[in-house]
Design a protein around this ligand. Structure first.
Ligand code: 4GS
Length: 231
């Protein structure tokens, strides 16, 4: 049975309570398919006032997370193993995609480093970080939400986390958006479910869905059509 373990290095471990306790990821954890080990970087400070950040050399606004607590937090989970990917969530990283998620899901362990303030001491990036990932071109207050995005996206690719087949036809896996979905009733506010979906003719339904996927990709996300095959 394929399993994945995430070690999350963070100053705010409680932010992960929802993802751990609720829904599909919560169940995957209960079933032993996914493990999330939260490591509070502050537990590794050697400062008598428990500080983990300091002023930037050279001056300027804001604070920088110090190298030592992050390094010791990392060592506490990696031990002597230097082969575990260490992902730093940051706007400077490579844009996260379904293709990157699929590659990450091949690992049995991932270490996620969440930054705060103006960032982390550059020497941590040089010393332990193997991959830098951004979830998009906007600025958050910390790396926790991006880490949860990565955990959620990667976990649902682990066999058994979702019902079989449900990752096969979804958006992006073939480079197209999903076709429209309908459920009961057959008519809502005067709008009817497309006739073909009630026909029971499986070949026609498949053809209709493929055409709808293509049409809505062309309309809503035309740039995806040039990227097909990358995922
Ligand atoms: C992102 C992002 C981010 C940047 C963390 C400012 C606190 C913040 N991380 N994808 N310092 N977008 N990080 O905005 O990953």
């Amino acid at each position: 049975m394929k399993k994945i373990r995430f070690d999350v290095l963070t100053l705010f471990p409680n932010m992960f309570n929802n993802i751990i306790n609720e829904s599909i990821i919560g169940r995957a954890i209960d079933e032993g398919l996914v493990e999330i080990n939260l490591v509070n970087i502050r537990d590794f400070t050697q400062d008598k006032h428990n500080r983990v950040d300091d002023y930037p050399y050279g001056g300027g606004a804001g604070m920088v997370m110090q190298a030592q607590p992050i390094y010791d937090a990392y060592k506490s989970v990696a031990k002597e193993d230097t082969t575990i990917p260490v992902i730093y969530l940051s706007p400077q990283g490579k844009q996260f995609t379904q293709g990157i998620a699929k590659d990450l899901a091949l690992n049995d362990r991932l270490i996620l480093l969440c930054g705060h303030y103006e960032g982390i001491d550059e020497r941590i990036l040089e010393e332990i970080v193997t991959d830098e990932i951004s979830i998009g071109d906007y600025v958050l207050t910390g790396g926790e939400l991006p880490a949860m995005v990565v955990i959620d996206t990667v976990s649902r690719l682990i066999p058994g986390v979702l019902a079989e087949d449900s990752t096969k036809e979804e958006s992006f896996s073939d480079g197209l958006l999903e076709y429209p979905q309908y459920t009961r009733p057959e008519e809502f506010m005067g709008r009817k479910v497309p006739e073909v979906l009630l026909s029971g003719h499986h070949a026609n339904i498949k053809k209709w869905r493929e055409e709808e996927s293509y049409k809505r990709t062309l309309k809503k996300r035309p740039e995806l059509l040039n990227k097909r095959g990358e995922n």
